[in-house]
Design a protein around this ligand. Structure first.
Ligand code: SF4
Ligand code: SF4
Length: 386
């Protein structure tokens, strides 16, 4: 059985967080004394500059509590993260992370320095460039924020490792794996490589901030905060994601990084092999969690003829910028790897979208700071029940 710690926590109070996170390590059998003299990479979700209460980023106090536990046990924490389009420096400056980093005196790794991770056990992506700091670490602490997601349905431990790839290189991966299922397989290749393919090998512990999470059109400014009141932890990220999906009352069969991960048997092959340690899972489950809408139900339909512009335009959600909210900041244009977005041309003060080029990765929707991009339904989407 694969242990996943699940503990109730309805606050970001430092003392309570530390108590619950220490207990989380204990529940999964991880001895915090292992931190002694270790270089410990601590990787939060710092997608973009965002207010804490929007629940887009891992809460800075959650990060602080983990860092303090590392330090009190003689470890050296290093912040490693590579936001989507903004510099790490800017995201830190614009969030409470600046204060936490100053208070705690934390080293920050340069996300631009990369090294190739080679893993023969991967299905397709056997060579992936990730931050060099992961190679230099003795232990990796992955701190996902649980959120809904337009492509992967939910984002948690497995998806957060995507942040190991520097900056906008991430969005280019959508071109190499445009099919939702392929994208999940790519994420699992990366997860497998980081978990089993690093030399020297090192423990990766996933400690999930599922206290205040995102529902609806996550994982960016369009998502809505929702209190799930939980901290999860485990050495198996697929299992951690599975339990989080269950407490949110979401459909596990749509969480491709979980179900496809089970198929690979990366330490766990079904939810029945997961042992929840700590609080009763039923007491933490909610029944009013709002999933992301959209095209994830067409997860295997991005191959010919379904990947043609005509099919996509008729049957899939399209990202539509709304003039009333758009500030023409063009962050959407910057992140779009398929070149589908250009400057505003007509009377409308919004970027121009070429839907024939758009691969429906929804990266623009994810990072738009004004939540100005909505999903519009394809004309015949109703035929497929989407
Ligand atoms: S749609 Fe959003 S990201 Fe794009 S230009 Fe407008 S405000 Fe900026
Ligand atoms: S327009 Fe948006 S959804 Fe379409 S490919 Fe570009 S970033 Fe992805």
């Amino acid at each position: 059985m694969t242990p996943v710690s699940l503990l109730r926590c309805n606050t970001y109070d430092n003392d309570i967080l530390k108590e619950q996170i220490r207990q989380s390590f204990k529940n999964i059998g991880f001895d915090v004394k292992t931190f002694k003299k270790a270089r410990v990479v601590v990787k939060p979700n710092l997608l973009m500059p965002a207010k804490e209460e929007k629940a887009i980023i891992t809460h800075s106090e959650f990060f602080r509590a983990v860092v303090q536990i590392v330090k009190e046990n003689g470890g050296m924490p290093i912040l490693v993260e590579s936001p989507a389009i903004h510099s790490l420096e800017r995201v830190i400056k614009k969030t409470n992370y600046a204060r936490v980093i100053e208070d705690e005196g934390i080293e920050i790794a340069n996300p631009a320095i990369t090294k190739t991770l080679n893993y023969d056990g991967a299905k397709k992506f056997k060579h992936i460039d990730i931050g060099a700091a992961y190679f230099d670490a003795d232990i990796i602490l992955n701190l996902p924020k649980f959120k809904t997601h337009g492509i992967t349905y939910m984002t948690g431990a497995v998806k957060l490792l995507f942040g190991a790839i520097p900056g906008v290189e991430k969005s280019k991966m959508h071109l190499r794996a445009p099919d939702h299922s392929d994208f999940a397989e790519f994420l699992l290749d990366l997860y497998g490589a980081m978990t089993y393919g690093m030399t020297p090998s090192k423990p990766i512990i996933h400690v999930m901030d599922a206290i205040c999470v995102q529902e609806g059109e996550g994982p960016g400014p369009a998502g809505k905060p929702k209190w799930l009141n939980a901290i999860l932890a485990g050495e198996n990220g697929i299992s951690v994601d599975c339990v989080a999906t269950m407490i949110a009352g979401l459909d596990i069969s749509k969480a491709l990084t979980v179900v496809n991960g089970f198929e690979r048997n990366y330490g766990v092959s079904s939810k029945d092999e997961i042992k929840v340690v700590g609080d009763n899972i039923d007491a933490l489950c909610v029944d009013d969690f709002e999933p992301a809408t959209g095209s994830t139900i067409f997860s295997n339909m991005f191959r010919w003829p379904f990947n043609t512009p005509t099919f996509k335009n008729l049957f899939l959600d399209r990202p539509i910028p709304r003039e009333e909210r758009c500030t023409l900041c063009y962050q959407c244009k910057k992140i779009c790897a398929s070149g589908a977005i250009s400057a505003s041309a007509g009377k409308k003060k919004v970027p121009e979208y070429d839907y024939n080029k758009c691969i429906r990765c929804y990266c623009c929707l994810e990072i738009c700071p004004e939540a100005a991009i909505e999903k519009g339904r394809g004309r015949f989407q109703w035929v497929l029940g989407g």
